[in-house]
Ligand binder design. Structure first.
Ligand code: NAP
Length: 550
């Protein structure tokens, strides 16, 4: 799979673009720049293969919550027709196979340097080039720098005192060992009940001797009703490729379903209950699409929240456990809403225990296990941290990027991320961030914003080439306007009401609390980007060579 030598074919000095990361974004960006524009581009990737998040997140139960026929590139009918998904929601190994299939079909690997971790990137104003340094000490330079590092790729292992003394084994779900973990007969602790923890717990419980789930914030979840795709369904999905693509590109969140044009109180209580019940039976993320005001009106949201809490109380047999699981403190879908395969049912098994660490927080990890504030100690052999990521900014800041005058990105974003369209930061010319903060990214089915960003960036670079423009840079006032618009879009929804969500950076101690993704919807975002381009890249400073020399 890995190919660490081929990128050496392109010499370090004649590169047009360096792309960091070989997930969906980096792969497609390479295709756009190399195969459509004929540029010399190389991808630097820390992992031993393509895949990005799907290369690292190999934890038990890892599966995408976008339906398989929509979690893939839409730009090529050939790719869509040739690839066949096996299940409604694709499992991690199948997604990784898909990504390798695409990389091979498009012959991408020859321009990807695997096992190459980037440790720095510095802009040289006089040369108008970026120089990227790798862990091995190599230096690669190019005119354009494009980060394709994903939104959820820097694992967040909470700094709990005593972890280094633990005599068992511990793992973070986002850095899962490739050989897997043998839970058979083991006493396992799982910390975290976000999308990851909710997927992992039922699978870990299948083999563990005992599973103890440590829950700090209770969470909603809707069944995925995952199942193999029947031959008829596969045929139907292939026949409807064009229609699916149009739907995905026209909806706010890039999924292949539309939001019903009715509000919660347009219908009677009984009718609403039946609608929710039907959505629950359908399963998946479209639960929230049953009404058009669930994500914007607290009163409307309360009806969905109550329905889902009732479901937890019906499924979980032990009333005390059910009460802890259903004691949810935020509106439904204000945090990323998980979907599951028998998560709440898992707590009906005699060898699965739930511990409420909201009322009795984790105080320390001891050599034998986990100790709570009350002094209660849970002895375990394995700890699984399903504790999420330093999301959206963590992986960018870690790259040690220095812009004009040596300005570190970490300094520019000291008070929280600021950029224009989620794509460019003032002071960092010719650098683009794919699905950076300020982009709709994580509020969408990811391939949709990824394709849009990569195409917009390629079109922008093409425009520069054709017009003799050497440098593009977001204007500070454009960033101010975009940050204000991102806040305005978030405040029109219930999203900021989940005060400890990673959308706000609240899961990482000390991180500035800024609502990061753009909540105004993918279709609207695309229109804004298209208009900016149509107006000659309005809001950006464009410089031709003679102007730069002044
Ligand atoms: P997450 O949503 O940030 O959840 C982390 C969990 O760990 C939360 O329950 C959090 O509790 C808990 N936690 C963190 N530090 C803790 C501590 N010191 N003590 C106790 N509990 C602690 O992370 P995630 O579940 O990995 O999901 C992140 C995102 O990845 C998702 O929202 C989604 O966008 C994506 N994802 C997608 C899929 C999919 O496509 N199916 C699957 C997995 C993940 P608090 O809530 O109290 O902070």
């Amino acid at each position: 799979m890995a190919n660490s030598t081929s990128a050496a074919r392109t010499t370090a000095t004649d590169l047009d673009a360096i792309i960091i990361g070989a997930g969906l974004s980096g792969m497609y960006q390479l295709h756009c720049l190399r195969d459509r524009l004929g540029l010399k581009a190389t991808v630097l990737e820390a992992a031993g293969g393509v895949g990005g998040t799907w290369y690292w997140n190999r934890y038990p139960g890892a599966r995408c919550d976008s339906e398989s026929h929509s979690y893939c590139f839409q730009f090529s009918d050939d790719l869509l027709n040739e690839w066949e998904w096996s299940e409604r929601y694709p499992e991690q190994p199948e997604i990784l196979r898909y990504m390798n299939f695409v990389a091979d079909k498009l012959d991408l690997k020859r321009d990807i340097r695997f096992n190459t971790r980037v440790t720095g990137a510095t802009y040289d104003e006089a040369a108008n080039r970026w120089t990227v340094t790798t862990e091995a000490g190599d230096k690669v330079s190019a005119k354009f720098l494009i980060t394709a590092v994903g939104c959820l790729s820097t694992a967040n292992v909470p700094k709990i005192p005593g972890l280094e003394t633990f005599q068992g084994k511990w793992y973070h779900t986002g850095l899962w060992p490739h050989e897997g973990v043998d839970f058979r007969g083991k006493r396992v602790a799982q910390i975290g009940t976000g999308s990851t923890g909710i997927q992992a717990a039922p699978v870990i419980a299948k083999t563990a001797g005992h599973l103890t789930v440590f829950q700090r914030t209770a969470n909603y979840s809707v069944p995925a009703h995952n199942a193999p795709l029947s031959p008829e369904r596969k045929k139907e999905l292939k026949a409807r490729i064009g229609e699916t693509r149009r739907t995905m590109r026209s909806t706010p969140n890039g999924h292949p379903f539309t939001i019903e044009d009715r509000s919660v109180f347009d219908v009677s209580d009984e009718e609403r209950r039946q609608i929710f019940e039907k959505q629950w039976e359908k399963g998946g993320l479209q639960f929230r699409a049953a009404f058009n005001d669930i994500t914007t009106s607290k009163k409307a949201n309360d009806t969905a929240a109550e329905f889902l809490k009732d479901k937890i109380r019906q499924i979980v047999k032990d009333p005390k456990t059910a009460q802890i699981l259903a004691d949810i403190d935020h509106p439904y879908a204000a945090k990323r809403p998980p979907i599951d395969s028998f998560y709440f049912e898992t707590f009906n098994q005699p060898h699965v225990t739930l511990v409420d660490v909201r009322s009795d927080p984790i105080e320390a990890i001891t050599p034998k296990g986990i100790r709570l504030k009350s002094g209660a100690e849970h002895e375990v052999d394995i700890i699984v941290f399903a504790t999420g990521f330093d999301a959206m900014t963590g992986s960018l800041v870690k790259l040690n990027i220095k812009g004009r005058g040596g300005l570190p990105l970490a300094k520019a974003w000291e008070a929280g991320p600021r950029n224009y369209l989620g794509l460019q930061v003032a002071g960092f010319p010719n650098m683009f961030t794919i699905t950076g903060p300020g982009s709709p990214s994580v509020l969408c089915n990811m391939p949709v914003p990824i394709e849009q960003h990569a195409e917009w960036i390629a079109d922008c670079i093409d425009h520069m080439r054709r017009n003799g423009i050497e440098r593009i840079e977001a204007k500070p006032e454009s960033m101010d306007r975009w940050v204000a618009h991102v806040n305005e879009a978030a405040n029109a929804t219930l999203l900021p009401e989940a005060h400890h969500s990673w959308y706000l950076g609240a899961n990482v101690p000390g991180k500035p609390r800024v609502f990061m993704p753009y909540a105004g919807g993918m279709a609207r975002y695309k229109d804004i980007c298209d208009e900016v381009a149509a107006k000659g890249y309005e809001g950006f400073e464009l410089q031709r060579a003679p102007a730069m020399a002044k």
